[in-house]
Design a protein around this ligand. Structure first.
Ligand code: NAD
Length: 253
């Protein structure tokens, strides 16, 4: 498919080099972006670089950086690197996230805290680190990844994950209100079940329950989320802010 060139001259900071992060990275590079890809696993970053090279992506416009989103100083370092290397941060996309499901009465305090620390506080840290740069530019596109699990109760989806992802929705709405005056848009995507490692980490029974009854008759592909990320990160969505885009094959309704 012939791609557009919506990100030429733009710098994108993308957290998480998992299935969705890799699909989004490929799209941004294809469309001309400078890309800073951040993950807390060197192995993940190296895998992404190798996969993108294999697909013929232009890696001279990409930097990878180790960053644990639980640490604000790591996120600040990512912002500094983007400024040093590419002079700007136009787009922030946060796909870094984990799940650790268990029934509420069995949930360890540590599992509650870690999921909240990565999925919600980690998202806050990334925004906090990038916004000063975006404000000086009077330009920014922020795309935060929530989940269908943060929009409604789902079979097997635990309270820690649901609360963290519902928190991302709240963050999106509050930030849109706060940052609009600087021409910074803030939107969120809430995907339903997707093919990939995260789904495969769950038991076949949980997966079957999560995937049941999808009106479009199949689970989603990460490239279908990358399409929406690219739209919300581009100027095509210049008058869209505070929005949560539910992409779930019709499962929500
Ligand atoms: N896959 C799905 O079915 C699905 C559905 C709805 C929402 N989501 C959300 O989409 C996002 C991406 O999902 P995915 O399928 O790519 O998952 P994934 O597990 O393939 O990738 C997640 C990435 O986040 C990184 N990460 C985790 N903790 C981190 C930390 N503290 N600092 C930096 N990086 C960290 C991991 O190393 C991994 O590379 C997640 O936020 C997830 O909750 C996924």
């Amino acid at each position: 498919m012939k791609r557009m060139n919506r990100f030429e001259g733009k710098t994108v900071v993308l957290t998480g080099g998992g299935d969705m992060g890799l699909a989004a990275a490929e799209r941004f590079l294809e469309e001309g972006a400078n890309l800073v890809l951040a993950d807390y696993s060197r192995e993940v970053l190296d895998f992404c670089a190798a996969a993108l090279r294999h697909k013929g992506a232009e890696l001279s416009r990409m930097r990878t950086v180790l960053c644990d989103v639980r640490r604000i100083e790591d996120c600040r370092r990512v912002a500094e690197l983007a400024k040093e290397e590419f002079d700007r941060v136009d787009v922030l996309v946060t796909t870094a996230g984990i799940l650790k499901h268990s029934p509420v009465e069995e949930m360890a305090e540590e599992d509650w805290q870690n999921v909240l620390d990565i999925n919600l506080t980690g998202t806050f840290h990334c925004v906090k680190a990038m916004v000063p740069v975006m404000k000086t530019q009077r330009y920014g596109r922020i795309v935060l990844i929530s989940s269908l699990g943060g929009r409604k109760g789902r079979p097997g989806v635990a309270v820690n994950y649901a609360a963290s992802k519902a928190g991302v929705v709240g963050l999106t709405m509050a930030l849109a209100e706060e940052l609009g005056a600087w021409n910074i848009t803030v939107n969120s995507i809430a995907p339903g079940p997707l093919r990939g490692k995260m789904a495969e980490s769950q038991s076949p029974e949980t997966r079957a329950r999560l995937n049941a009854g999808i009106p479009l008759g199949r689970i989603g592909e990460v490239c279908e989320i990358a399409n929406a990320i690219a739209f919300l990160a581009s100027d095509e969505s210049a008058w869209t802010t505070g929005e949560v885009l539910d992409i779930n094959g019709g499962l929500q309704y």
